[in-house]
Design a protein around this ligand. Sequence first.
Ligand code: XUL
Ligand code: CO
Length: 478
Amino acid sequence: MTKLRQFPNFYSPSFLGPINCKLPIVSLSALAFPLSLPVFPIMQFFPDIQKIQYEGPESRNPLAFRFYNPDEVIEGRTMRDHMRFSIVYWHTMRGGGADPFGPATAERPWDDGTDSIDNALKRVEVAFEIFEKLQVPYYAFHDRDVAPEGKNIRESHKNLQRIAESLKAHQKKSGVKLLWGTANMFSNPRFMHGAATTCNADVFAYAASQVKTAMEVTKELGGENYVFWGGREGYMTQLNTDMKREIDHLGRFLNLAVDYAKKIGFKGQFLIEPKPKEPTKHQYDSDAAACINFLRAYDLVPYFKLNLETNHATLAGHTMMHELDYSGMQGMLGSIDANTGDLLLGWDTDQFPTDFYLTAQCMLIILKYGGFTTGGVNFDAKVRRESFEPIDLFHAHIGGMDAFARGLRIAAEIRKEGFFDGFVKNRYRSWDSGIGKEIESGKANFDTLDQYICEKGEVDKNESGRQEFLENVFNRYL
Ligand code: XUL
Ligand code: CO
């Protein structure tokens, strides 16, 4: 099942009407809008929803933030700058809730369900109203979810450039910025064997052309990053696969992308997004360690960081905190796709994060490495199939933003008190002097170590790791 192209093809006017799904009305601001711009007149698609405001933890208003207070300063930085929240176009604007057992359910009255340019332009209007009303400063897209695929590749490039003009006009007007762009090289059947790792060299060329245009558009829109998620870069059976050749080709592809970025002066950060299995059995970019190993082997480390996604970490058999820390310690923590899986469902459910324990731990590690620079908290998350009304998009994002804002507050409190840092420092104190220091500084060798421990006869007594005690302390902050 693809994430894209799942918009209801059974769209019917009978969806128009229920509360929160009203037909768009023209707002007063339309009068101020120059008629010549290549966008629809300004409409309000959510006339009943005002800009979401911070009302504090006691608020019972479901359309208010209880923890996300954009201008509040924490650890010397506003919450807005810490979080750098971002909405993804593919789920929020294109996800309809289709699953392997049934079609899309989402009611999206503004969308006529076609792949026309006009419909794509209308979605841009709606998207920016959502971004602005949620006070989200960034968004992210795949080429094929903002613009329709054309009859041929040149027409597809043109379609993307055409929609990008409208995106640019809306960015300028709203101040919303592009966190990252990317190319969808996994939905179309031509990518059935992969894109860069395909057995069909023409497909590699097609993918290169697609990334070239997507990167140009990302640059034009001031995108702060460019992401590679290798949707079908992996394999299902070794019986038909030359793994060495495929991984070499992936290395070649990303090096060509780096060359092209240099050529056109694209200064955004390149990010690679680890994910194991789904869709292929063996994804080459399965987790942070595999990605970093790959990047190092193909001389790509200086140009790439990682975009880590919670549900992908879970599928890889890791916690998100592990993936963040592993990348951070190598200077490769770039950005996050914020979502969560479901303990009882073993696939990429892409749910909105609501668990403070999880968000607090994520923020603790993000702050440990100095916070985001070009990255941000990107909600690669979708509403449930049963949450089919447009207003559910607001509840979902408000919940995710508040969960991360609360996580930031908890993490800052933990850091202020410094208890865990102190505990960990003390736990490793044997490395700060004596034999530990000699090992770390490179003075010790097997002869000196042998002499040291033989003279001593036995190791110093081990101390408890105190896991349960530490977990209790952590819970005090929640
Ligand atoms: C797939 C996924 C992608 C990437 C961008 O699971 O997370 O949407 O974030 O291609
Ligand atoms: Co993602």
